[in-house]
Design a protein around this ligand. Structure first.
Ligand SMILES: Cc1cc2nc3c(=O)[nH]c(=O)nc-3n(C[C@H](O)[C@H](O)[C@H](O)COP(=O)(O)O)c2cc1C
Length: 315
């Protein structure tokens, strides 16, 4: 008898953000897409997230602001950016030509600023969604206090919700005791999607000078070292809220991505992995398709949240 092959599609729809596959370039890795675009097209990606943007340009922290660590890296860039006006006028028109959904990552140092950045971006052609960074550990004002207090999270998300009409994704900080209460607040305030995790606060010391290796003293840890923590948090949040979850943290290959999807992520973001291997996103997309084929599945949605915790132990 002739075998019928079911057609595989990697396409996903995450709360109205339609993507050709679930692989997203994380915020802060390739700026506004320009450096990467010189080497290869960004058209293969499910979506691209731009560097965190604020109302006015930010200079960021003084160097040194990057340190390699075991299984990861620390960064203390401090949200350096060109400001929302320049993003709209100078960067979005070029990025739009790539034909990939653009998600703009935003932050503010006050509630009002979050609202104003969101309002400025509302209705701008080419933008598919906002990702609200309530979790950057590197800025002195705002950032961390918004992301660690459920009441503040509610206020920020509500403010952005009122100012922006397309989907909003809220990016959660792992630097909290109970990420579920933060997730619940964001959902109640009107978030369409939750993305997690941002970096974990860490530090490194130079033995030669007995000084911190970062000028900012502390920085955000990312890369494979944080993957098990990120995975645990994605699983906790997936089991707490009813909106979709996007997984981030140390993803370097399709096996990592699949772990997040099985734990509950509807899509995934790749950050530090792109520094190590600039081709990582294309490789993950190809290998995800192979996994679906081998396992007789037709869409990544078939796998989301399929973690079997009752049977337990696996190899
Ligand atoms: C150099 C660098 C810059 C980053 N900038 C931002 C940013 O502007 N906004 C944001 O929300 N996250 C930012 N992040 C966090 C990443 O988007 C991601 O959440 C984190 O690095 C964990 O994922 P990874 O292990 O795949 O890198 C940055 C990370 C790095 C390494």
């Amino acid at each position: 008898m002739k075998q019928v092959h079911k057609k595989i599609s990697l396409a996903v729809d995450v709360a109205g953000i339609r993507m050709k596959n679930p692989v997203i370039a994380a915020s802060g890795i390739f700026g506004y897409g320009e450096e990467y675009r010189k080497h290869f097209s960004l058209n293969h990606l499910g979506a691209i997230i731009t560097k965190g943007i604020s109302l006015k340009p930010h200079l960021g922290n003084p160097p040194p602001r990057l340190v390699e660590t075991t299984g990861g890296m620390l960064n203390a860039i401090g949200l350096q950016n060109i400001g929302v006006k320049a993003l709209i006028e100078e960067k979005i028109p070029n990025l739009k030509k790539q034909g990939t959904p653009i998600i703009v990552n935003i932050f503010g140092t006050t509630l009002k600023e979050y609202g104003e950045v969101a309002k400025t971006l509302d209705g701008v052609s080419g933008i598919a969604a906002l990702e609200i960074n309530i979790s950057c550990p590197n800025i002195k004002k705002g950032g961390i206090s918004f992301g660690t207090d459920p009441k503040e999270v509610f206020k920020v998300v509500r403010t952005v919700r009122k100012a922006f009409s397309l989907p909003i994704m809220v990016k959660l900080s792992p630097n909290v005791t109970d990420i579920r209460s933060i997730a619940r607040s964001a959902e109640e305030a009107g978030a369409d999607v939750l993305s997690l995790i941002n970096t974990l606060i860490g530090m490194a010391v130079s033995l030669e000078t007995r000084t911190p290796r970062l000028a900012n003293i502390t920085g955000g840890l990312s890369g494979p070292a944080i993957k098990p923590i990120a995975l645990r948090m994605v699983w906790e949040v997936y089991n707490t809220v009813s909106i979709p979850v996007v997984g981030i943290g140390g993803i370097c290959n399709a096996r990592d991505a699949l772990e997040f999807i099985i734990a509950g992520a509807s899509a995934i973001q790749i950050g530090t992995g792109q520094f190590v291997n600039p081709q990582v996103t294309s490789e993950v997309i190809a290998d995800l398709e192979n996994y679906l084929k081998i396992n007789h599945l037709t869409t990544p949605a078939d796998l989301v949240g399929t973690l079997d915790t009752a049977t337990g132990k696996g190899p």
